[in-house]
Design a protein around this ligand. Structure first.
Ligand SMILES: Nc1ncnc2c1ncn2[C@@H]1O[C@H](COP(=O)(O)OP(=O)(O)OP(=O)(O)O)[C@@H](O)[C@H]1O
Ligand SMILES: CC(C)(CO)[C@@H](O)C(=O)[O-]
Ligand code: BAL
Length: 286
């Protein structure tokens, strides 16, 4: 018989967190909104490589959701998340209530600057201010040495890196590559919203990125037109894929690249299928 998997310690309040955190040495934090999947498992595995103990936060942050977004229906299942964390050898799960994270009005917020106003920031006004504010709060509460973020949310990762640099935060940011389901759809908690037909249409996102990456020797114009051709076809599918943006940006600044760009870039797509909004990206070296 195999030994039972030890359950991670669970902190529901900042006070419980403080007490339990003090017993851990070098900590790697994996911030999440729960509904843990293989993408989160890979972040936890990366975190294990860098520290004595892994702390996972599970918090659906109301500050980063706009009106009409899916805050209310976002999947929440703490017991399932704790089971995943136990399997992955997580030492401590921090799952605070909204009241504990925001006991009064959150007046002071982190300003993400111009990089937070484009792409995801343009389609979700206030989103990155909400993300960076809660990440800052989580850093102050957990006091991690390392924090692991997924490349899947590429603009979020770039902005967290920039916040840590610009505000001299004593945290090392580690990036983990995007995990994909067997059909190549980027793993995401929001995939659970998709019907089988919507999921079939949604596969156009990864196909478009692959077409763009395959055209990388042709430069930015060729990359974007190869990806656009796949998305144009998907716009006619049933159910249709409605693109919010397709962009090729500098990996550090998130400004759109010109024809003579050399260096690290990211090809990004955001699109809606039915009521579900999905994002995906592929890093490229031009
Ligand atoms: N497929 C993935 N591969 C690698 N990292 C991922 C993947 N999906 C999410 N992450 C990372 O996990 C962390 C927590 O993300 P989150 O809990 O929002 O998951 P999510 O599945 O992206 O959810 P959503 O559906 O809300 O976008 C983030 O750093 C995010 O980039
Ligand atoms: C980083 C994060 C946990 C902040 O709420 C969230 O934006 C996410 O899950 O990517
Ligand atoms: N995965 C980023 C969090 C969000 O979409 O709200």
């Amino acid at each position: 018989m195999t030994d039972p998997i030890p359950a991670p310690a669970l902190a529901r309040t900042p006070e419980e967190l403080r007490r339990l955190r003090s017993r851990l040495g070098r900590v790697a934090l994996v911030p999440t909104m729960g509904a843990l999947h293989s993408g989160h498992r890979s972040l936890i595995a990366a975190a294990r490589e860098h520290a004595d103990a892994v702390v996972v936060s599970v918090f659906v942050n109301p500050l980063q959701f706009g009106p009409g977004e899916d805050y209310e229906r976002y999947p929440r299942d703490l017991d399932a998340d704790l089971a995943v964390c136990a399997e992955e050898g997580v030492a401590l799960v921090f799952a605070p209530s909204v009241e504990d994270m925001y006991p009064g009005e959150q007046i002071v917020r982190v300003d993400p600057g111009p990089m937070g106003a484009v792409l995801e920031g343009a389609f979700r006004p206030g989103f990155f201010g909400g993300v960076l504010t809660v990440v800052n709060k989580l850093f102050n509460l957990v006091r991690p040495d390392i924090a692991v973020f997924g490349q899947k949310d590429a603009q979020q990762l770039a902005l967290v890196r920039r916040m840590v640099r610009d505000l001299n935060m004593p945290v090392t940011v580690v990036a983990a590559p995007t995990m994909r389901d067997p059909d190549n759809l980027a793993s995401s908690s929001r995939n659970a919203y998709l019907s089988p037909e919507e999921r079939r249409s949604a596969l156009a996102l990864s196909r478009a990125l692959l077409a763009g990456a395959d055209a990388s020797v042709t430069g930015p114009v060729g990359i974007l037109s190869a990806a656009r051709a796949v998305l144009d076809e998907a716009a006619q599918a049933t159910p249709p894929v409605t693109v919010d943006y397709l962009a090729l940006v500098d990996a550090a600044t998130f400004t759109e690249v010109a024809g003579d760009h050399r260096g690290d870039a990211v090809l990004l797509v955001a699109a809606r299928v039915g009521r579900t909004r999905l994002i995906d990206n592929v890093p490229l070296t031009l």
